[in-house]
Design a protein around this ligand. Sequence first.
Ligand SMILES: NC(=O)c1ccc[n+]([C@@H]2O[C@H](COP(=O)([O-])OP(=O)(O)OC[C@H]3O[C@@H](n4cnc5c(N)ncnc54)[C@H](OP(=O)(O)O)[C@@H]3O)[C@@H](O)[C@H]2O)c1
Length: 328
Amino acid sequence: MAATLISTVPVFALAEDAVYKPAVPGRPVPGASPFDEFSTAEQVTAGMDLTGKTALVTGCNSGLGYETMRVLAMRGAHVIGAARTMEKAATACAEVDGQTTPLVVELTDFEGIVAAANRVAEIDAPIDMLILNAGIMAVPELRQSNGIELQFAVNHLGHFLLANRLQDQVVASQQGRVVVVSSAAHKWGPEEGIQFDNLSGAEDYDPFRAYGQSKVANGLFSREFARRLADTNATSNSLHPGVIKTNLSRFLPPEDESDDEPRRFRYKSIPEGTATTCYVATSPDLAAVTGYYFSDCNPAVPNEHMQNDAMAARLWEVSADLTADYLS
Ligand SMILES: NC(=O)c1ccc[n+]([C@@H]2O[C@H](COP(=O)([O-])OP(=O)(O)OC[C@H]3O[C@@H](n4cnc5c(N)ncnc54)[C@H](OP(=O)(O)O)[C@@H]3O)[C@@H](O)[C@H]2O)c1
């Protein structure tokens, strides 16, 4: 089932007539960029000097997070590289050129997230780029953390808490950016968008639907954060990176290489798969753009659920309740 679903992911290009409902009316509408699905993270940041800027990247030890950290550090940013253990974070940080600081962020550990945010506060620098990248996909059997289905807990709830704890440092930046790595797989989510009455997954669990739901949550969180940050210089946008072979597929059976069924999408390389993240995090063209969704380094239109302001507001309230003991 997994392989079938992966190979039937819809092509992610936008329908010509797809219309996006702005999250924050009055803000600039992002135009087409000079980049596309073949652009790499190095290309979209070419010529940039990020010296003096601070970025925090979750999931820095693997796949897209590692390349994001590598390229931002290469351009001069100080990158706080977050991974689940100090060993993983320190190893990844040591491997890349530039200024990096390892940080432990295990996204199921709310107390640990608070401790991590306190450590970041001690660094006492504005956060110019908060890149919420870590994630897991298609956990085969129902697993829970704090009573919540694991993919929702890791991909959304842990990041929700981390971002809230770091909000003041993002707002303190001249132009702080929250960049949420969602996915076109938000379209795999439940018919109703978010199953608020089944966040435990106990009622009914499907690995891909749960992943899709967590990615809808990423987009809705980013949208609602954009609205809440509207009176500041900070922005919040989400994105789909493309389809890239990384450890994200750890729970999937190995791809059947003998399958000659034509694939409906092209795998991106990791440098290509990191381009949209780095574009959204750094492009001067996006300084005031907030509440949008990007794909292939360009604005894109997610499904209706991810543009549902009422659902975004409800998700925020529910997430705040679920993390209430740790939020402030
Ligand atoms: N690859 C794709 O085709 C694709 C497509 C669309 C969206 N995305 C999104 O891109 C993001 C990055 O994924 P990737 O492809 O780079 O996958 P990856 O190589 O598996 O990296 C995922 C990262 O998340 C970390 N992580 C997992 N569980 C965590 C937890 N409980 N707490 C903290 N960190 C945790 C992993 O740490 P460990 O290594 O320690 O487990 C790893 O560093 C994800 O949000 C994913 O949903 C990827």
